[in-house]
Write a protein that binds this ligand. Structure first.
Ligand code: S3P
Length: 428
């Protein structure tokens, strides 16, 4: 599908964006491993989370869904059954990496694969720690990396103390999930704090996970117990509307009930530092996760430097932050963000390529990008590269570009944000 975006004169309204992708995946996986029935509300009915549902159904878990509400009939830590076919995670790295941790400890062997993008993404990062725990995983060698398809043969696992070489919540979560089955305490040390939804949700379900500094300790438990889970709106999806409300003229947008877990709010800190008018209200804590309504207004941003420990707290938002930086006064430097190269696409390359087509003054660096004020952007014919975050970031830049911007392959927004373009249209 191609989508045409036109320059807007203002954007105004109060909206709700879909549920958090990271939390929705975990709710299905942990619901499946709990004893009893979990009711999930606010679930993200996007392609990635539907891949997680499909994989767990194939492992014998009964799951009912009407979209936003999902009921998972959990079978306990030892209730999964061998799937009849190879599991397919589609485009979802979170499904693949977290499930690999779980599958390492089951009493069966199975294969896991995904789409062409997933088959290029590095799996060494989970295979290494899980192998130290005694897991039996074979991957497919590609350009010196181990990738999906994987074959995983469940084993009795031992506990380890593991220092993550890269700050990755997916790897941390894979080790913690395997640690649920290991004898003894499993410890993960992260170089920088990464999203902690796995730890929060596991503790709500009866696990014993504690944290001291950057060290997370997972103690074995006999069972997890089902609970009702309310999924907040995804700050990574809200990010497109936060950015649009800031860069477009005469705009004011409120986004309701957004997850503001501090491991995810780097974008709010950066925009605050750049001079944006952002107000949080109606703060609550639900199922251990903080939420708030976020109101943004048109603001003149100034350039900044983004790097170091904040990167894991905004890694998925960098493409849209790069779009915003085109409209800032002064230079913005994004560094320490090499991880962007191993996302759904190499997001350093794809962001620079697409924003350059619109006349942005943006250069690729080895660990990020440098963006100078561009004056006005102009509409162009752009490409999503089948990467949902590139499609939506390009669309946000297009709102401020003269003429029309066409995005080829725009249907990939369904991975994390079904209804994105309709919601955008509703604001002008
Ligand atoms: C995620 C972790 C991050 C993030 C991804 C979702 C998660 O990936 O980019 O979109 O749900 O744990 P990494 O763990 O590879 O940094």
């Amino acid at each position: 599908m191609n989508k045409t975006i036109k320059k807007v004169s203002n954007l105004n309204g109060t909206i709700t964006v879909p549920g958090d992708k990271s939390i929705s995946h975990r709710a299905v996986m942990l619901g499946a491993l709990s004893k009893g029935t979990s009711h999930i509300t606010g679930f993200l009915n996007g392609d990635d989370c539907l891949s997680t549902i499909s994989c767990f159904r194939q492992m014998g878990i009964e799951i009912e869904t009407d979209g936003r509400n999902v009921t998972v009939h959990g079978k306990g830590l030892h209730g999964l059954k061998k799937p009849d076919n190879i599991l397919d995670v589609g485009n979802s790295g979170t499904t693949l990496r977290l499930m690999t941790g779980i599958l390492s400890a089951q009493n069966f062997m199975c294969g896991v694969t995904g789409d062409s993008s997933i088959q290029k993404r590095p799996m060494d990062r989970v295979i290494a720690p899980l192998s130290l725990m005694g897991a039996d995983i074979s991957g497919t060698s590609k350009n010196g990396k181990l990738c999906a398809p994987l074959t995983i043969t469940g084993k009795k696992l031992r506990s380890i103390e593991y220092m993550l070489p890269v700050a990755s919540a997916q790897v941390k979560s894979a080790v913690i999930l395997a640690g649920l089955y290991a004898e003894g305490d499993t410890t993960v040390v992260e170089p920088e704090p990464t999203r902690d939804h796995t730890e929060i949700m596991l503790n709500c379900l009866g696990a014993d996970i504690s944290r001291t500094g950057n060290k997370i300790i997972c103690r074995p438990v006999k069972e997890l117990y089902a609970a009702d889970i309310s999924v907040p709106a995804d700050i990574s999806s809200a990010a497109y509307f936060i950015t649009a409300g800031i860069i477009c003229p005469e705009s004011c947008i409120t986004i309701k009930n957004v997850g503001i877990n501090p491991t995810r709010t780097g974008i709010l800190d950066v925009y605050g530092q750049m001079g944006a008018d952002i107000v949080l209200s109606n703060e609550k804590t639900v199922c251990g996760e903080r939420t708030a309504d976020i109101t943004v207004k048109t603001s003149q941003l100034k350039g900044t430097v983004i790097g170091g420990g904040i990167i894991p707290r905004l890694i998925d938002e960098i493409p849209v932050i790069a779009a915003a930086a085109c409209f800032a006064s002064g230079r913005t430097i994004i560094k320490d963000a090499q991880e962007l190269k191993v996302k759904e696409t190499n997001r350093i390359k794809t962001v620079v390529e697409e924003l350059s087509k619109m006349g942005a003054d943006i250069q690729e660096t080895d660990d990020g990008m440098v963006i100078n004020p561009a004056g006005n952007l102009k509409g162009a014919v752009c490409e999503s590269h089948s990467d949902h975050r590139i499609a939506m970031s390009t669309a946000v830049a297009g709102l401020m570009a003269s003429g029309e911007t066409v995005i080829y392959g725009a249907e990939c927004v369904d991975i994390s944000f079904p209804g994105f373009f309709e919601l955008l249209d509703s604001l002008h």
